[in-house]
Design a protein around this ligand. Sequence first.
Ligand code: ZN
Length: 355
Amino acid sequence: MVRSIVSLDPEAIAADAIALAELNGGTGHEQVRIDWLGRRLADAAGSRHVDDAGNLVWTFGPAPYRLAVLAHVDDVFGEATERGVTERDGWLCGPGIGDNAIAVATAVAVCEHARPGPLAVVFTVGEEGLGGLRGAHHACRELAPEAVLALEGHGSDRVFTDAVGSLRVRFTVTGPGGHSWWDRGRPSAVHALVSLLHAMTATAPAPLSVNVGLIDGGTGVNAIAGQASAAVEWRATDQTALDRQEAALADLTVSPGLELRAERLDRRPAGSVPVSHPLVAAVLRARRKVGLPEVTGDGSTDANAALAAGIPAVALGCCEGENMHAPNERIRADSIGTGAGQLRAVLAEIMERNP
Ligand SMILES: [Zn+2]
């Protein structure tokens, strides 16, 4: 049974989320948080192990699993970020509190006293930045669950049924460089890169979005640039559009005397689950019970990895929040209880279904 006589205490959930958010946990540096969770769950039901990707896998009952709940433990903040959460005017504010400490704490609270049957809860690594959904891909492969629920801290106002995919590429142009006057006429790496990026941003075909997120190059105002690079991201909910874009990279050229290198940094598969799917229906029924809107939308989460593996998946937000990925990120304390109630109701809908 999923339903538990133990009531969910939003203050205890917040305390766990604060403790987690105060630990370093940038992508690639999740170990401290995984260790913390191992200690936190020492006396909880079920069994736990750390898998080869570094995820903490918490299982109830033997495989095959009817559901895997994935909650990423990493966040976008590096070691240099000052950690700390403050409580003010009904908000919890601090880096990583919403994305994704509160989601991890919600999964802990809902499952620690549950006897849900064949369920796996995976605290994943590598969801943010250039993590490549490393943990989620590994967990989906190893556990092969019937369905996946990815938990995010923000966005409890909708269910994410469409997974936004992305392609991230670093372009580097190199050339001879030289003096801006005496060597005039030589090809410039900066000039070439700027025209390339201009063409890319002017022509990104629908349904793709394009963003030049980083750019650098050159050595001085009176030198022809010998090197320039940029990191570009395309996004879409349609994987074929991303595949077409990736194939087109092979046709890009720069002027003679220069060299262009395109290096793929990351690739996040797109996908979706139809609104008519039983998984979505179960989630919407659960949301009705706790008074959350039955609205669907799109997002970029651990659910992308499941959909790419052919496993039906949706992502759910646990709270109302704002300023995601910014140091002043914050969540509404009074939305924590509803988020936990939502997860408990979703597990009841899915795990108590007659096989
Ligand atoms: Zn997240």
